[in-house]
Write a protein that binds this ligand. Structure first.
Ligand SMILES: NC(=O)c1ccc[n+]([C@@H]2O[C@H](COP(=O)([O-])OP(=O)(O)OC[C@H]3O[C@@H](n4cnc5c(N)ncnc54)[C@H](O)[C@@H]3O)[C@@H](O)[C@H]2O)c1
Length: 377
């Protein structure tokens, strides 16, 4: 069994899919490990570090890929233009594993299937307890929530905590988090640690307790108790809300948004366009110098003005839509992602041989291309 760790080609991608620590574990599992030259440099892992862990370094990508059973990567496969992956070397003996973004990149998945290349997309790993250690979406969103606050604070022209000084008192900043899932909860915790007055909103009332346990105020739309379960799917994800709910939510947020200094938005319903929570008119009501950090930029944004990977200034309000926040903390993001992948790949190995058990719901649900067919998308 041979595993290949390829260098990421996308311009904003600084993470790597294996660390020297996980290389050692793959070797214990019975793999030979090949690493593309300089694949780990952004994460502070040198070629020597990988070699000492037991990997072989390849400068010839064709040789690395052609003999590999499994290719692990971070970002989706880019087929065209600058930053394109070396897909021409991928072959029918390869299994590709990474954040393949199957919904946004169905054409690339189609190309893999047409070439009989099997592929697993880590975003589709079900959020069940047994899969927690493989949940790459959560490990990366957690870091994104943290970095979103740090970057917003850097853009903000005032201090965050209350300070009483001889020259006067600085009022604490008000930070609002919209969407209290994995990224949102870490954003709340980070903003609290910095001394902000934090409030949060989510359509799932089930998160109220978690928000409050982190010391933030939960902003709540009042709905009939009878309809309470209707805002969450069985899998614990948010559902699209009724028009009546959306109107109530808009009225509530209009009042809240204009009082905030920093707003971090993370609201998402898997597979759907991000809900618009901050309209143009709400932005116009905000104080000059306020910041909106929109984590949902890649799915269209929670703010009407958001543009992915751009900073928009509207009436003195800065609206940022970075899509690479975990990659801005590459070392920790790579460490966590590499462990997620190792735990996932362990499911494919039995007695030092590759064996994919299709009865396992984690493998079954995360596979996007198998034996020439597109599945699960
Ligand atoms: N920009 C980046 O670099 C980056 C990195 C990681 C994740 N993300 C994005 O961050 C977002 C959050 O990721 P996550 O892992 O925390 O997802 P999650 O599913 O854990 O959380 C999303 C939350 O949004 C809530 N939500 C849905 N619709 C809502 C609405 N209308 N109003 C308020 N809340 C609503 C859900 O109930 C859920 O709690 C996603 O859009 C994800 O793609 C961005």
């Amino acid at each position: 069994m041979k595993i290949a760790v390829v260098k990421e080609m996308a311009s904003l991608e600084k993470r790597v899919a294996a660390t020297p620590e996980t290389v050692k574990k793959y070797i214990e599992l019975g793999f030979e490990v090949g690493v593309e030259e300089n694949a780990g440099l952004h994460s502070n892992y040198t070629n020597d570090n990988y070699e000492i862990a037991g990997a072989k370094i390849y400068s010839n990508i064709e040789k690395l890929i052609s003999s590999a059973n499994i290719i692990i990567k971070v970002n989706n496969i880019h087929t065209d233009g600058e930053g394109a992956d070396n897909i021409k070397y991928y072959n029918k003996n390869n299994i590709i594993i990474g954040f393949l973004k199957p919904l946004q990149n169905s054409q690339q998945i189609k190309k893999l299937a047409e070439n009989n290349i099997d592929a697993f997309s880590v975003e589709l790993i079900p959020r069940i307890s047994r899969a927690q250690s493989m949940d790459a979406l959560s490990s990366q969103s957690n870091l994104a929530g943290y970095k979103a606050v740090i970057n917003s604070v850097n853009e903000f022209s005032k201090a965050i905590p209350m300070m009483m000084t001889a020259a006067g008192t600085i009022a604490p900043a008000k930070i609002l988090i919209l969407g209290a899932g994995v990224a949102g909860l870490q954003a709340i915790a980070t903003a609290k640690r910095l001394g902000a007055i934090v409030s949060a909103f989510d359509v799932r009332t089930a998160v109220k307790e978690q928000v409050e346990s982190l010391g933030a105020k939960f902003v709540e739309v009042t709905i009939d108790k009878q309809n309470e379960s209707e805002n969450e799917t069985e899998g614990g994800y948010a559902k699209e809300m009724s028009e009546d709910y959306k109107l109530k939510q808009k009225a509530l947020l209009e009042d809240y948004v204009k009082k905030q200094d920093i707003i971090i938005t993370t609201a998402l319903i898997p597979g759907k366009k991000a809900p618009e929570l901050i309209s143009s008119s709400m932005v116009k009501e905000m104080k000059i110098g306020s910041i909106i950090m929109d984590l949902a930029a890649e799915a269209g944004g929670n703010c009407n003005f958001t543009k992915a990977n751009e900073t928009i200034i509207e009436n003195g309000i800065k609206i940022l839509g970075p899509t690479d926040l975990p990659s801005q903390i590459p070392q920790d993001a790579s460490n966590l992602y590499a462990k997620n992948l190792l735990n996932f790949i362990k499911l494919m190995v039995k007695d030092k041989k590759l064996k994919i058990n299709w009865e396992d719901e984690i493998l079954k649900k995360s596979c996007v291309s198998f034996e020439g067919k597109i599945i699960n998308i």
